[in-house]
Design a protein around this ligand. Structure first.
Ligand SMILES: [Zn+2]
Length: 377
């Protein structure tokens, strides 16, 4: 199927004759005009002369997926590449899925900062209430995930408007650190922002592509590493040995992954599976502290609830990795999903779903440890 497409493109280039590059790019442009010519001519893309080209016309450094055959930007100036966020090409949805995701996580961070009491505030009342509600409503059933997190947030909000109740419980308050939760939110925002920037600007030059792809890989690594922080820090709050062991392991693993991703060979299209496997292994190593958590706290609704969220997150990420590596659905119909529906867009959506699920888990960890502190021993 791919060879058929290539043949068709080659024919088009040759038939362009003396019109050289212009005729090549004329074939690629956006959705066909009203006259059905298939060309919208110059100036239709972003109001300037830079036009979209087909896969065959790309320099080697921009060839990542031969099943997306058209609507590429190639070696555009930075200004045009930036402005192309507001025009249609095969990266538009990739840019916006993660840019919108970034703003969603920014809003979640502001929301958490204003609604979740800081660690230096009295919080035992909040969490007693939260846990009581959670236990009553979920009955330990991990399937009632969303409901539980909404109630957790509601309870935190109630507490923030009833400070007199919180202060009454001050004597028994525990003040668990907030940094692992916010580190995760920062990791998610960094990942989403770097991804957006990469999709928007990597078309500029080979050097820009190299740098931005490294930042993109570093962002993915950062998201995975910081995802461990709330899980490990709050679960093993009472066990500094395992807390340090798991936090140290994932941080070193992440640093090694960033170093490996610096190698130019790392972005070779044929190493797509190796990249997917590296990030998948890093994420899968989270199973160890999760199983450990269930062995120690398996009878607690908070542990069951957070594990439910983590399993949902794992399912989203796993589906994302599979879609990324297999390049489904565009491999079945090359060219059909160039603008919308190709695998990378699905991958982005699944990443956001997984990251949001983990945010909900973070809220539950906070409420759990605010109540108990280290009294679990
Ligand atoms: Zn991406």
């Amino acid at each position: 199927m791919a060879s058929t497409v290539t043949l068709e493109k080659t024919t088009t280039i040759r038939s362009g004759g003396d019109d050289d590059v212009a005729s090549l790019t004329m074939r690629s442009p956006l959705p066909k005009g009203k006259d059905g010519s298939g060309s919208d001519g110059k100036g239709r893309c972003c109001g300037h002369k830079y036009e979209l080209v087909s896969y065959d016309a790309l320099p080697e450094f921009l060839k990542h997926n031969e099943f997306v055959v058209d609507y590429y930007r190639s070696e555009w100036p930075i200004k045009e590449a930036l402005l192309s966020a507001f025009s249609i090409h095969n990266e538009t949805i990739n840019v916006w899925t993660h840019l919108i995701g970034f703003f969603v996580f920014l809003a979640l961070t502001v929301c958490a900062a204003t609604m979740v009491p800081m660690e230096y505030e009295a919080s035992s009342h909040i969490v007693v209430k939260t846990t009581g509600m959670m236990s009553n409503h979920t009955g330990g059933n991990p399937l009632v995930l969303i409901d539980g997190a909404v109630m957790a947030m509601q309870a935190l909000r109630n507490a923030s408007v009833q400070p007199e109740l919180a202060s009454a419980a001050l004597s028994s308050a525990h003040r668990v650190a907030r940094w692992p939760f916010y580190a995760y939110l920062c990791g998610a925002m960094f990942c989403l922002l770097m991804s957006s920037a990469c999709h928007l600007l990597a078309c500029h030059s080979e050097h820009a592509s190299y740098v931005l792809l490294r930042l993109d890989y570093a962002g993915i690594t950062g998201l995975i590493v910081t995802s461990f922080y709330p899980l490990v820090y709050y679960t093993f709050l009472c066990d500094p040995f395992y807390q340090s062991l798991y936090l140290g392991f994932i941080t070193v693993f992440g640093a090694a992954a960033v170093v490996v991703s610096m190698l130019p060979v790392f972005e070779a299209p044929q190493l797509r599976w190796a990249r997917a496997a590296l990030f998948a292994c890093m994420g899968a190593s989270g199973l160890v502290p999760i199983v450990h958590k269930m062995l120690v706290f398996g009878n607690r609704p908070e542990a069951v609830l957070t594990t439910g969220y983590e399993m949902a997150m794992g399912a989203f990420y796993l589906a994302g990795v599979v879609v990324y590596a297999t390049r489904v659905p565009e491999r079945w119909m090359p060219g059909r999903f160039d603008l919308a529906g190709h695998s990378h867009q699905l991958f982005h959506t699944l990443v956001i779903a997984g990251a949001y699920t983990h945010y909900l888990a973070g809220l539950v960890y906070l409420s759990w440890r605010d109540m108990e502190g280290c009294s679990c021993n």
